[in-house]
Ligand binder design. Structure first.
Ligand SMILES: *Cc1c(COP(=O)(O)O)cnc(C)c1O
Length: 452
């Protein structure tokens, strides 16, 4: 065996030991593990250090200081784990070290992206040939999709925004819901539209954009909708708003970072009915599809709009008719993100994906039922995988949340949703079982009872 083989087998042993221990350990690292991170703080030495030593140090100091978010009882933010099939695919692809800028950089990377993209469009009822970019996450997917919208709307008015910029360009009106995700507003800011120029449409009690409050249009407009509110899991009434926005000549974008995957479940697909009518979509694979970080997708019905915003030419780069990955996204060099997406979908199949989504939603309802039975207020309609619970006053809710996080059985995050302080429970991992929910629920209820 070569040194390289020994090293990589050593890494695999350490990684599997880490994953095997994950269900038993506290979710948040211990104070000792956090203090030990100081061990990394040192001047860079002059001489090389053997790779085995580097790996051992990383494992000894690093592994205990991780958040056990890959484990089954992490319900913070909207995170998701990583299916073993995708971790394995990721390891192999890391060994490949492919650069998927063009097909010429990685035929396999380009091929798997194209296949995965086709499967996803098919699943979601999007037209074949929809433009797609594999990016770092929904933040950049929102950015790419809105850049495509900007390109297309201004091109229709004879303005080449990539060449001329926004100074002096016709104004585009940007419309978004009251509960729009903060990363969408960041994308709007990055694209030069100006956060403060966004017309915010009021939401109903669940945080969904009110269809009756959509502003009338007078010129180019982008309407930004949401499927899967980051707090409540609520989805805007897409089937109602998209046709109305289209009738007003608007480009419709849907931020569906995790809500997108509801489409895979017959039971939950009605929540996102109309999704396929939009002009562009942003979604994450690293959340509910359970692939390793980082991976998201920008999807644009008109592939030429996305290419118009993203495509570059250079004498040293291939110039052909293939679906060249870098013509659709912001990056040139990047890792083969399509590999894990392909592996997740290939492994799960349509039925496995539906089961994953439905299991998470069922777990969320189980949390809500158990908490409500104990007299705690559930603030949202639990329509998807998100539960918002209040333990009374904001102070008490914050105390319970802090105690839950410190106790270690499970980990939830907090929020203020429509004026109410809440603990958020997001069930997004393939690994979570009913037993994990019951164990977490018991811990939360015991802790809440202690916090008077
Ligand atoms: C998580 C999320 C985002 C941001 O996605 P990242 O993957 O963190 O970049 C955007 N919109 C919504 C609705 C989200 O849930």
């Amino acid at each position: 065996m070569t040194d390289q083989t020994d090293l990589l087998q050593n890494a695999a042993r350490r990684a599997t030991r880490y994953l095997d221990a994950l269900p038993q350990r506290a979710i948040w690292p211990s104070d000792a593990a956090l203090a030990a991170l100081e061990g990394f703080v040192e001047p860079l030495q002059r001489e090389p250090v053997p790779a085995e030593t580097v790996l051992a140090r990383l494992d000894q100091l690093g592994s205990p200081a991780t958040v056990a978010s890959a484990g089954p009882r992490y319900f913070g933010y909207v995170v998701g784990g990583a299916l073993p099939a995708t971790v394995a695919a990721n390891w192999l692809a890391t060994a490949w070290d492919q650069n998927v800028h063009h097909w010429a950089g990685s035929p396999v990377g380009a091929q798997l992206e194209e296949v995965a993209l086709g499967w996803i469009c098919d699943l979601a009822g999007l037209p074949a040939g929809t433009g797609g970019a594999f990016v770092t996450g929904a933040s950049i997917a929102n950015l790419c999709a809105l850049a495509a919208a900007r390109h297309a709307l201004l091109a229709r008015l004879g303005w080449d925004v990539e060449a001329r910029g926004l100074y002096g360009a016709p104004e585009i009106r940007i419309v978004a819901g009251e509960e729009v995700h903060s990363t969408l507003l960041k994308a709007i800011a990055l694209l030069g539209f100006g956060r403060e120029r966004v017309v915010r449409v009021p939401a109903d009690g669940q945080g969904r954009m009110r269809a009756d409050a959509l502003p009338a249009n007078s010129g180019p407009m982008i309407v930004c909708l949401q499927a899967g509110d980051v707090n409540a899991g609520a989805c805007d009434p897409l089937a109602e708003i998209i046709p109305a926005a289209h009738a007003a000549g608007a480009w419709v974008h849907v931020d569906a970072a995790f809500g997108f995957w509801a489409i895979a479940s017959p039971r939950h697909a009605p929540l996102v009915a109309g999704l396929g009518l939009a002009d562009s979509w942003a979604t994450d694979a690293h959340k509910w599809l359970n692939v390793p970080y980082d991976c998201g997708l920008a999807l644009v019905r008109d592939p030429l709009a996305l290419q118009g915003a993203m495509s570059i030419r250079a004498a040293y780069l291939p110039d052909d008719d293939r679906r060249e990955p870098s013509r659709f996204g912001p990056e040139l060099s990047r890792r083969a993100r399509g590999v894990e997406v392909w592996a997740a979908l290939k492994h799960l199949g349509r039925d496995g994906l539906a089961a994953l989504v439905e299991r998470c939603c069922e777990h969320a309802r189980r949390f809500a039922t158990g908490l409500a039975a104990a007299g705690h207020a559930i603030l949202n309609d639990v329509v998807l995988n998100q539960v918002l619970v209040s333990f009374g006053s904001p102070e008490r809710t914050r105390r319970v949340l802090a105690a839950v996080q410190a106790e270690g059985t499970c980990w939830c995050s907090g929020t203020v949703w429509r004026g109410q302080t809440a603990m958020r429970i997001s069930v997004t991992s393939w690994a979570t079982t009913k037993e994990d929910v019951d164990r977490s629920l018991a811990a939360i209820l015991r802790i809440a009872a202690e916090q008077v």
